[in-house]
Design a protein around this ligand. Structure first.
Ligand code: ADP
Length: 342
């Protein structure tokens, strides 16, 4: 099981190598026009950004929530670009001590953006430093130890905190209430992802037809990061096998090579469905039970697997748990159990 988990999870993961590939070998949207999809959100953020720029004030503190890879960091970089200010990017779990956060906060220039990814994973004592920093642009720093310790009040440049989270429900109430703007990013439609794939292909100088781009888009779980990662692998195939031209046949081959079937399902998706078919005759089965059988935590099942399986019509949520829709069950029974069901 562990072996399978590690094999299948690659397409969702973000290793340092991926970040490097994303930023140095792929198209990175630098303006709201380049950033495709999320139209409503983009319109709002573009307006807030322009207004703050006209007033020469920092943007309001902002919480961006939504699954990984949907473009929260990219949007924040675009906002900094439009405002003409600097942006510092760090992540909640990286800040182990209050000193780590104090060092970053005191290095900010007026109106700079501090982007904290996975802000829900910041240790509580570090988070508490943010309260006065966000509200009053100052922090209290303790210098020295024991009886000689002194508290110094340190003023900060007025800045904007953008917190990104995959789990907005895990943000503490005091932190949550300090964000003036609270927005959520949704999964992209296949058409939006197709445009993103075409945009990247153009940058990578890869010839790709619409059908191939749509196949990548419909396999990419509503997520630009996954679409772009798949495209880079399709490009490897095209470069070696077809003079840098991605045809539908070649795209299918490349996706199969990545362990993605014609419906966009990975080995892990299939394994999850197999458990529901084999052990629960298609369900319903509770999320907790499913998570423990699958060897994953339930947040990962909810954030990574379920949305895509539901979108593809392979899973539905009922009051009694998760189940495979009736119309899909015969096909899956045949596939996993070799049962002919009439
Ligand atoms: P998040 O911060 O939500 O995890 P990122 O901003 O790091 O996501 O985006 C992941 C990748 O997807 C980056 O390579 C980024 O350039 C690309 N991307 C995200 N959203 C878009 C978009 N709307 N249009 C084009 N590329 C996008």
């Amino acid at each position: 099981m562990k072996q399978n988990l590690e094999e299948g999870v690659d397409i969702f993961s973000l290793q340092d190598q991926d970040r490097f590939e994303e930023s140095s070998h792929d198209f990175v949207p630098k303006s709201f026009d380049d950033y495709l999809g999320q139209k409503e959100l983009k319109d709002k953020l573009s307006l807030y950004t322009q207004a703050a720029k006209m007033r020469k004030e920092p943007l309001d503190h902002m919480l961006l929530s939504g699954p990984p890879g949907l473009g929260k960091t990219t949007l924040s970089q675009i906002m900094a670009q439009v405002m003409g200010v600097g942006i510092k990017i760090c992540s909640g779990p990286m800040m182990e001590r209050t000193g780590d956060l104090v060092a970053i906060l005191s290095s900010l220039e007026p109106r700079d953006i501090l982007f904290i990814d996975e802000i829900h994973r910041m240790p509580t004592q570090v988070e508490e430093v943010l309260y006065t920093a966000m509200e009053q642009f100052r922090i209290d720093v303790i210098i020295g130890q024991g009886a000689g310790a002194k508290s110094i009040n340190l003023p900060l440049a007025p800045f904007t905190l953008i917190g990104a989270t995959t789990k907005s429900g895990m943000i503490s109430a005091p932190l949550h209430s300090r964000f003036g703007i609270n927005e959520r990013l949704d999964f992209y439609t296949d058409e939006e992802l197709c445009e993103i794939v075409m945009q990247s292909a153009d940058f990578l100088e890869l010839a790709i037809d619409t059908d191939s781009a749509l196949l990548i888009a419909s396999s990419a779980r509503g997520t630009p990061r996954i679409a772009k990662k798949m495209l880079r692998r399709v490009r490897d195939f095209a470069q070696v096998k077809n003079h840098n031209k991605a045809t539908l046949e070649l795209t299918k081959q490349a996706l199969a090579f990545l362990g993605i079937n014609e419906d966009g399902l990975t080995k892990m998706d299939l394994l999850l469905l197999k458990k529901i078919v084999e052990l629960f005759n298609g369900g319903p089965v509770g999320l907790e039970t499913l998570a423990s059988l699958f060897g994953e935590d339930k947040d990962t099942i909810e954030a990574v697997y379920e949305p895509f399986l539901m979108r593809k019509g392979y899973l539905e949520k009922t009051a009694r748990g998760r189940q495979i829709p009736h119309k899909r069950l015969p096909y899956l029974k045949q596939k996993f159990l070799g049962q002919m069901v009439i």
